[in-house]
Design a protein around this ligand. Structure first.
Ligand code: GUN
Ligand code: FE
Length: 462
């Protein structure tokens, strides 16, 4: 078992035993149980080698169970564009690349075909919890929620609100239309589960970003949010310099970008803010005081040339933070690639901001994250526990501990068939093998994926 313990520490546990209940929760975990201590450890839980024999799965050296990845920000209707349009920066990219594709989701048949592929792909990459944007279409986005529920991914899914500054053929007719469809969407998604509080797929308010929403629309969404304190909220913030300047022009009564969302009551504990590349200190403090989380999307921030986010500063400042793939600003739905680029991003930032901490080990600091590259333990934490915190699901997912849901990935770097891309030595420590996976891993290493104990994806899943 490899699971995050804190922002700096990961548990690398050989010979672990983990028991999953029929309800998909983790009953118990025992660490460091070599074969000769197996019976003793099982006895503690009233089990014997015989009693568990039919359910027992043993892993080899080079195979681990890790918590599933939490993708805190991505767009389902943009997967068709992954890898296209990288010559643009944000605002032109939305206009020329993104909105024309999203508009196609007015066609429910197109939505059915595409969303099935999208969710299948995301699950097979090891993403067990995902914050999804749909389009502005009510029917098309209901299809996304249905597919998520059927294929079994834990998810927040939102119908985009956008009643201005988009394309004449791709924006909502009025704030009232947008609010009405949002309420219908929430009702539909809540209806997918008999127990809404335990639901796998949940609705999330999704004002696309301040630019695409009029004041009355944001106001209305703030009122819906107030009536539904547990309804999460997702939006974009401070991604690109031109976007920030335009936002300030549209909302002259607000001092900063973050202040716009705060003004309309949309900045709270269960708000997820994507990007935040250029957030000012006062905004980080405001976001922290409201308890909102930030989704760091390094793939997208590199691809659209938005900038290199100073994630270490956010962590030092105490802001909640996770990782997002942001397809198709980012070119891949892989959280493994996203972890790799989060690491690269922190190296780029540290190159320009070099710290001089006396306790520094190599290029890491033991006392601060800012100005140093992020340790792989921190990057792993961001992709799992950090994401769980951002989604306010830290009590349920993000690590492999008793009482949590078994949302997990079976990772294999065994040199069999197509896994020859990771080189390691049998005598290496678990920590060292894990570093190789973090640096060199990809979906070939994702053997099996579970959500609430149910097998839902992976290389070996048919
Ligand atoms: N800001 C508003 N909409 C979008 C989007 O679809 N992707 C990204 N990366 N930023 C946005
Ligand atoms: Fe985005």
């Amino acid at each position: 078992i490899i699971t995050p313990l804190s922002k700096r520490d990961t548990l690398f546990s050989d010979y672990s035993l983990l028991r999953v209940s029929p309800l998909g929760t983790i009953d118990w975990v025992e660490h460091e149980v070599p074969p000769h201590k197996l019976e003793e450890a099982l006895a503690k839980h009233g089990e014997t080698v015989e009693s568990i024999a039919s359910q027992f799965r043993e892993l080899k050296r080079g195979e681990w169970i890790i918590p599933g990845f939490v993708d805190t920000h991505t767009h389902a209707p943009q997967f068709q564009n992954n890898g296209a349009g990288s010559q643009f920066e944000l605002l032109d990219w939305l206009k020329y690349v993104t909105f024309p594709e999203e508009q196609k989701y007015a066609d429910v048949e197109y939505a059915k075909k595409m969303y099935r592929r999208v969710v299948r792909g995301s699950l097979d990459l090891g993403t067990t919890m995902c914050c999804w944007y749909g389009t502005l279409h009510l029917e098309g986005t209901k299809v996304l929620a249905d597919v998520l529920n059927e294929l079994g991914q834990r998810a927040y899914v939102g119908k985009c609100n956008m009643d201005r500054e988009s394309a004449p053929t791709y924006q909502e007719a009025s704030a009232d239309d947008s609010l009405r469809d949002t309420l219908s969407f929430i009702t539909h998604v809540e209806g997918l589960s008999s127990q809404p509080s335990q639901a796998l797929v949940r609705p999330i308010l999704t004002p696309r970003f301040a630019i695409s929403c009029t004041g009355p629309l944001l106001q209305g969404l703030g009122e819906i949010a107030k009536q539904h304190p547990h309804l999460p909220i997702q939006t974009h913030i401070s991604e690109n310099s031109a976007e920030i300047a335009y936002t300030k022009e549209l909302f002259p009564h607000c001092a900063t970008y973050a202040a716009v969302y705060d003004h309309y009551g949309l900045l709270r504990e269960n708000t997820i803010l994507a990007h935040g590349v250029h957030l000012e200190q006062s905004e980080l403090d405001l976001i922290k005081s409201r308890g909102a989380g930030i989704s760091h999307c390094p793939t997208s921030n590199f691809n659209l040339r938005s900038g290199a986010a100073h994630v270490g500063e956010w962590l030092d400042n105490g802001n909640k933070c996770g990782l997002g793939t942001d397809c198709s600003g980012g070119w891949t739905a892989s959280m493994i690639t996203t972890m790799q680029l989060a690491s690269v991003c922190s190296k780029v930032v540290s190159y320009y901001t070099k710290g001089d901490d006396a306790s520094i080990t190599g290029r890491f600091s033991k006392t601060q994250f800012a100005k140093y590259q992020l340790p792989i333990q921190t990057v792993f934490w961001l992709a799992t526990m950090g994401g769980a915190e951002v989604c306010c699901l830290q009590d349920k997912i993000g690590s492999l501990e008793p009482g949590k849901l078994f949302d997990a990935v079976h990772v294999s770097i065994l040199p069999e068939t197509d896994n020859m891309h990771i080189w390691y030595d049998e005598s290496e420590s678990l920590e060292s093998m894990f570093e190789r996976f973090m640096t060199n891993g990809d979906e070939r290493n994702v053997s099996e994926v579970w959500v609430s104990g149910r097998t839902v994806g992976g290389r070996l899943f048919k």
